[in-house]
Design a binder for this molecule. Sequence first.
Ligand code: MG
Ligand code: MG
Length: 379
Amino acid sequence: MDLKGQQVTLSLIKADVGSIGGHTRPSPAMMLVANAELQYALAQNVLLDGMVTFVGDDIEILMSHTHGVDSTIVHGVARDCFLAATREAQREGNYGAGQDLLTEAPSGNLRGAGPGVAELTFTLLPDYRKAEAFVVLMADKCGPGVFNLPLFLTFCDPMHNSGLLLSPTLYKGFSVRVIDMAAKEADRVITLNVPEEHLALAALLRNTDRFAIEAVFSRVHPEEQLISAAVTRLHNIAGKYVGKDDPGMIFRVQGIFPAPEEVVEPWGVIRQIVTGDCRGSHNMPIMPAAVETPVTGPYCLPLVSALAFSMNAEGKFSHNVNDLFGNPAWDWVRHEVQRKAMDFRTQGFFGVAMAAQEELAYTGLQETLASLDSRFQNR
Ligand code: MG
Ligand code: MG
């Protein structure tokens, strides 16, 4: 069915529901049963298109449909995929079976129930947009603030994105919505316009544990949302959560938006150090990796993968997948990240090698410090 001019929604929903030998990767059988659930939904015409993949220990489900964001139907499909994979993980004895299905999601909406959710709705192929292209970034072993620096550089710094100078549309800037992840009672968000408020944006984004970009809109076409990121803090849901949030992001590209090369440039040049890694409690640089790369690297090196797609007039996208970080050009970056990571490991638990106190996913240090407290004496 031709959907040109109609509203179409893209949904990226991800969860860690078990993996082999530790937090490494879901098993082939888990992927098989998750995909079977998705194919069933496709056969029922619930979705326009969909695919299942994984990054590290996270199963990632990407779907296009006409049900809008926060649809109980679409979230229900993802939930069925995760539950099938969980049952298989339990059968196989895999580690952490069902671990991200934190609450029951009684309303049928997975947002806030454990899985990460990034969704956006747009008009398919309006007159000013001749082709719908998008990139999906998926990270493992890190928190939602991992996208802050790369996005800041793509939207605010012509040293990393000269498209800001070359394209008259990009030059006019973007509206960036930032969420305060420390707010637990209600969603607390602020919208800043770049380039004129780029320093205010920088002041927020530098605190990656507290603030994260959740959405970006065009200022030439304000109804056009180009970015949606999954920014749930799992420790806000479950109180005590052993792990990291492992965010994903949908990034529409080309035309009035940045090009894919302007999206991935910072991931190669900066080799950013992020919080996560082993026990979710260390700082290490994040490595761009091909999709379906298991975690086998030293000390759970954080991973990010990027897939590029084109959507046709029927809302289908899964027929062609371009794995951006699968290119050998990224091999050198991977070696540099590894070298930087080893530098950090020389410092073990000390100083910046370990995450900030609030980000520690385990209570061992707090318990030790509490037990020593009574032995301190005022002199
Ligand atoms: Mg995990
Ligand atoms: Mg993970």
